[in-house]
Design a protein around this ligand. Structure first.
Ligand code: ADP
Length: 175
């Protein structure tokens, strides 16, 4: 698997699937979620509502993932995952790692070969970038998946720096 780091907007990515940093309601929010629904159009929300009515009446649990159409996005599918809210008093890294491995498992079910991730949990959910980036990178590197390209799409310079450092540390490459 190849890992790419790019600075940009997750909604513009020309990949098979983009991952949404959703909340458990699946009914929309701010940040990545708001941007995906705005640009992807109503078909995504309609499918999220159906998923709530059928598979997840109480909402999608933290650390899990579910797919919908990509609607009007360049990507064919959106994989919605719910990151943990950061808590200094509790280690929630396993849940953040699970967002990545579960998203890749869903990607395998779909037959997606290229997947773009935002920096899950590092916005409204408060995870420090320097803690989230190594968890995300290690989870992806360790995943048993057929996905060929994983692209982390970072919104700003701080996020890009944190993921770049995490990738270099995880792969032992000099900076
Ligand atoms: P969470 O609720 O999981 O913290 P957010 O959507 O609030 O998710 O933020 C996750 C990360 O995505 C933050 O680092 C934020 O800066 C970034 N982000 C926000 N909008 C976009 C976008 N359109 N494309 C890529 N990253 C984005």
């Amino acid at each position: 698997m190849r890992i790419e780091l790019v600075r940009g907007d997750i909604t513009s990515q020309e990949v098979d699937a983009v991952v949404n940093a959703a909340n458990s309601s699946l009914l929309g929010g701010g940040g990545v979620d708001g941007a995906i629904h705005r640009r992807g159009g109503p078909a995504i929300l309609a499918e999220c509502r159906r998923i709530r009515e059928t598979r997840y009446p109480d909402g999608l649990p933290t650390g899990q993932a579910v797919a919908t159409t990509g609607g009007d996005l360049p990507a064919r599918w959106v994989i919605h995952t719910v990151g943990p809210v950061y808590a200094r008093s509790q280690d929630r890294s396993a849940l953040l790692a699970s967002c990545h491995t579960e998203s890749l498992r869903v990607a395998d079910e779909l037959g997606a070969r290229s997947v773009a991730f935002p920096a899950v949990s590092t916005g409204a959910y408060g995870y420090p970038l320097d803690e989230a980036a190594p968890i995300a990178v290690r989870a992806v590197l360790g995943a048993d998946t057929q996905v060929e390209v994983v692209r982390f799409v970072l919104f700003d310079e701080a996020a890009e720096r944190a993921f770049d450092r995490a990738l270099r540390e995880a792969t032992g490459q000099p900076g």
